[in-house]
Design a protein around this ligand. Structure first.
Ligand SMILES: NC(=O)c1ccc[n+]([C@@H]2O[C@H](COP(=O)([O-])OP(=O)(O)OC[C@H]3O[C@@H](n4cnc5c(N)ncnc54)[C@H](OP(=O)(O)O)[C@@H]3O)[C@@H](O)[C@H]2O)c1
Length: 263
């Protein structure tokens, strides 16, 4: 049961990287937290830290790649009497390599976590927000959303889905009291490139000075509070996103393939 007067934020992918920093940032701005991801240990440590600062923090371990995971998570929240005011769909993963050579299990995970769970969780928690005429939803996309990405085709396409879905949702909901913000980070310090098998790509090596995850979180949470529809994290990333969207694809396809390929 939400016992405290503070709004409650659910952050997916709260066991590492950007999700941890979004949880910390929301706690600092007066939210209680529900943290979810597969690994409980890092979330337990984060929750203990947040509780020491007077925040109520709940950990729910869940595999969002599993069929029906979003529904089980929503049931779990309801069973605990927890009403979510802020939903942060941050969990996500990449997979590098030519599509026909990629592990089919990884392909399934990417689609399930980046697209299916994000969509289903939003569908399940949104009606309550609309009924209360109060709520905020953050969808974490990427600068990858602005162009096709050979050698990470599914990941780039999944983020294009998130951006398109989020912008449309923000517009649909404009008079409901519920705000939707799409956060588009560029290369960010986290476990992302290692998990994606892309830590030896030119992209990972070229952008050795990636944006710190706490900076991305601060920008995203600021945009969420301000009711912005889309935020691209940082001036360099804004330029890259613009180039990805407007440059002819006969130019961007080979450049992106070069950046994502193993060297
Ligand atoms: N880092 C970048 O350069 C970058 C750039 C643009 C966008 N992004 C996006 O930012 C978001 C956060 O990524 P990150 O950079 O912070 O990477 P990260 O450190 O690898 O964190 C990914 C988070 O997603 C969770 N996750 C992955 N698979 C899951 C599953 N099956 N079920 C539940 N949770 C799962 C992970 O938790 P468990 O492993 O514990 O389950 C982890 O907490 C992602 O959506 C990513 O696409 C990242």
């Amino acid at each position: 049961m939400n016992n405290s007067p503070r709004p409650l934020a659910l952050v997916t992918g709260a066991s590492s990287g950007i999700g941890v920093e979004i949880a910390r940032t929301l706690a600092q701005s007066g939210h209680d937290l529900v943290l979810t991801a597969r690994r409980a240990a890092p979330m337990d440590a984060l929750a203990a830290d947040l509780r020491a600062g007077g925040v109520e923090a709940t950990v729910i371990a869940a595999d969002l790649a599993a069929d029906g995971a979003a529904a089980r998570l929503a049931d779990d929240l309801a069973g605990r009497g927890l009403t979510v005011d802020v939903l942060v769909n941050n969990a996500g993963l990449g997979g590098a390599g030519r599509f026909d050579r990629q592990d089919p299990v990884r392909v399934h995970e990417m689609v399930q976590v980046n697209i299916v769970a994000l969509t289903e969780l939003t569908r399940l928690l949104l009606p309550g927000m609309v009924a209360r005429r109060r709520g905020k939803i953050m969808l974490v996309a990427s600068t990858a959303a602005f162009q096709p990405g050979p050698r990470m085709a599914v990941y780039f396409a999944s983020k294009a889905y998130v951006l398109s879905f989020g912008e449309a949702l923000a517009y649909e909901l404009r008079n409901t009291g519920v705000g939707v913000t799409v956060l588009c980070p560029g290369a960010t310090e986290s476990e992302f490139f290692v998990v994606a098998g892309a830590d030896h790509s030119l992209m990972a090596r070229k952008f050795r000075r990636m944006m710190p995850a706490d900076t991305v979180a601060r920008l995203g949470c600021g945009a969420l509070a301000a009711g912005r529809r889309v935020i691209i994290a940082g001036a360099r990333n804004r330029l890259m996103a613009l180039a990805g969207r407007f440059a002819p694809h006969f130019l961007t396809l080979p450049v992106t393939e070069r950046l994502m390929a193993e060297d």
